[in-house]
Design a protein around this ligand. Sequence first.
Ligand code: BG6
Length: 483
Amino acid sequence: MFLVLYGATGDLAQRMLLASLYFLERDRLLPDDLRILATARTNQKTAEFLRSSRERLALHHGETAIEEKAWERFARRLSYHPLDATDAAALTRLGDDVPALKEAQTVHYLSVAPHLYAPIVEALGEAGLAHPRARLAMEKPIGEDGESARRLNETVARVFAEDRVYRVDHYLGKETVQNLIALRFANSLFEPIWSRAHIEQVQITIAEQIGVGDRAAYYDQAGALKDMVQNHLLQLVSLVAMEPPARFDPDAVRDEKVKVLRALKPFDRASVAADTVTGQYGAGVIDGEPVPAYLEEAPGRNPLTETFVALRTEIMNWRWRGVPFYLRTGKRLAYRYTEIFIQFRDLPHSIFPPETSAGIRPNQLVIRLQPEERVTLQVMSKVPGLTQEGMNLRPVSLDLSLTEAFADHRRRIAYERLLLDLLHGDATLFVRRDEVVAAWDWIDGIRRGWRDADMRPRPYPAGSWGPAAAIALTERHGHSWHE
Ligand code: BG6
């Protein structure tokens, strides 16, 4: 079996993919017969590639992460092949050098700039490497709007059958994201109350402290809506809101997810003004360090690129109608955390006297994805001890720290799960073509609305929680962000 990695010298491949493959090797999870062919345009020998990959691994994970024996096994499986993958002749030569590539189980993993996806896929087809035992993995973004995503899907479909195409959203490989599926569908507790009858609001936040860094060329064109909402945030929305699938298999799960995406309330010019807020970071302070404004980080930055988005949406179906879903993401925010917050409805009636009832808060379920992995259910409890007035009530947390509960488990890189599934041919945690298109169609509506309403990002200081208007977005509806 082969894994051919295109763009192997790039940042994602080095930081995430090769590191994940090495850790899988260390844990002896890679198929014995797996050979890894790393390709990129840089002309170098396998030994040089391995040397620099090892240095990167040590840099990001520490020298102690590298076990000599495991690294040797890893190095034996890997060879580096300098080539331009958009050139069918170069891929044909690769096939001639490694003839088994023309028929053996193979994963072609594109970790290259997205504009190269279509030419590489076509070249793979021409070179005879896209045979029925070959799979294709592609990183986000798949297209930059609905139309280009459809076009890319078409090109891919001419070469690879859909059940051989694995669109990667690395959030789906995160342990706590899978745990959300376990929480919802391996417990009978939550499902009966998982609807508008019991849930008051849902919030999903992906807050980052980092800025745009050296990815500005891409980010300045994309902005937070395309970079984070179209994929990671909407994937989380669909997992929170989907109906129970009949089985945990690729089609059953993705059939349910896509229904959620199609049921998202579309935006128009009026609703974007009321229910979305965009921002761009100005200079500020993060962890005590001054950081420059987005526009000052480099010359030529686009003043219209949003580095922050908050929005309020609804899912137009029987289960969710009327429940606000607040989504928020931004760079250079006060601290890094990703969280799904579910607030249940108020008590229908309090049996406690007014002095005690005042302290009663609605139950909350908080699923923290990062930096720590924890699930917290906030319930009301009696404060221990005796008072003249009787019972005192206060919210307390039923706290499940997955990091502590499974302390002997190493926290894995999300890509480890995804690579393993790819090698085993399980597409459940990958994105299907109709999901990508449904997500883009909704995102395109927001972008059209912003354009028609001439909305511009509001400034916010780095190290804050985004523009003040984002706070008003929830407060108008009697809610507030959970931070
Ligand atoms: C990537 C985005 O998909 O996800 C980045 O392009 C973002 O802008 C990153 O920083 C966040 O991933 P994580 O796993 O660090 O939350």
